[in-house]
Design a binder for this molecule. Structure first.
Ligand code: SF4
Length: 341
């Protein structure tokens, strides 16, 4: 385990041993439920989850990577640890996933900043070590870039569909891929989210703590917003099922995947209002923009053109095809399941 200073734990609180941290600071969970001053931290933790559930990044008390004042550092860590306790007590996995993703994005910002830090070598080294320890990616600084072995690069970029991530479009020298600090951190975004979420899922659920009930109940009601889906996946082709699964998990579906899913469902006769809730779990969900885009694809706004579902061939080039024998050489997902004579 990495040896971390207080400000580093505030930036990367998921690296802390929660129980040990509380003990070291001389607190028990029960105190947070009863002491009026400490109870404010439970509210802060609730707010941290609420912000994440909305697909936003929690606005930290840290300014740059410094705390606005010394007391802010432990508050940052406590609100994270208490958020985990609240999530465990609520048992709502949808909220855990959204929280983990938002916290991963928050940590990503600090990792990127630390990697790019030219005035403090120790911050850069810590970021490199976090990435190596957690995700077994060995990065080295080379001039203005970070370099990683091609095999590591391929392992982590496999699910990226955008053209710029294809190895052929990267600067590669002597078996090493060159990346900016932003790209280096982007490469491990999914793993960072998975790491935080598995840490929460594997944490022990404490018995209900007096004073936490109201926040827990509010979380249970909040999670209901994210569990309404209007379509069943049974008869859909694998590419469409896969896209729906990604959204249900609260993960990011690339633009091309969203286009495929929306045009497929519109062609199947689903209305814009029926399709929109599918995107509710997307990390960057915005109801107004989603409805605008769906109406545009449906041809009910803009140029009036209704867009068609892309061909299987096109979807293959976008890494969105997950063909199974039942696909049987069809040329468009809309043909899936139709018997040919
Ligand atoms: S072959 Fe076509 S329908 Fe089947 S998974 Fe691929 S894109 Fe979808």
């Amino acid at each position: 385990m990495l040896a971390l200073g207080q400000d580093e734990i505030a930036k990367y609180p998921f690296l802390a041993d929660a129980g040990q941290y509380l003990k070291d600071k001389g607190f028990t969970l029960e105190q947070f439920g009863t002491d009026p001053d400490l109870k404010l931290l439970v509210e802060k933790a609730f707010n941290r989850i609420e912000v994440a559930a909305d697909g936003k990044i929690y606005h930290s008390d840290l300014i740059g990577d410094q705390a606005s004042n010394q007391a802010a550092l432990p508050r940052e860590v406590f609100s994270f640890l208490l958020a985990i306790v609240l999530l465990k007590l609520s048992g709502m996995n949808t909220l855990i996933k959204r929280f983990a993703l938002a916290e991963a994005r928050r940590a990503e910002k600090y990792l990127e900043k630390d990697l790019a830090n030219i005035s403090d070598e120790s911050k850069k080294q810590l970021a490199i070590k976090v990435i190596d320890d957690l995700f077994s990616v060995q990065i080295k600084k080379q001039d203005d870039y970070f370099v990683i072995p091609v095999s590591d690069y391929l392992r982590h970029s496999i699910n990226f569909h955008e053209r710029e991530w294809k190895l052929i479009n990267r600067h590669v020298e002597n078996g090493l891929v060159f990346l900016t600090p932003h790209e280096t951190v982007r490469l491990i975004r999914k793993e960072l989210g998975t790491y935080i979420s598995s840490k929460i899922i594997n944490a022990k659920t404490p018995p209900m703590i007096s004073g936490f009930e109201e926040s827990v109940n509010k979380l249970i009601s909040m999670s209901k917003k994210f569990t309404t889906f209007t379509v069943t996946t049974g008869e859909y082709p694998p590419c469409i099922k896969h896209a729906i699964e990604i959204l249900e998990k609260g993960e990011n579906l690339p633009h091309s995947g969203r286009f495929m899913l929306a045009t497929f469902l519109l062609s199947k006769g689903q209305s814009v209002e029926e399709i929109a809730p599918l995107f509710k779990n997307a990390p960057d969900y915005n109801e107004r923009i989603t409805l605008y885009q769906l109406n545009h694809l449906a041809g009910t706004s803009g140029s009036g053109t209704q867009y068609s579902c892309p061909s299987c061939e096109k979807l293959k080039t976008q890494n969105l095809c997950f063909a199974i024998p039942e696909c049987d050489n069809i040329i468009n997902p809309l043909q899936f399941g139709k018997k040919r004579i």
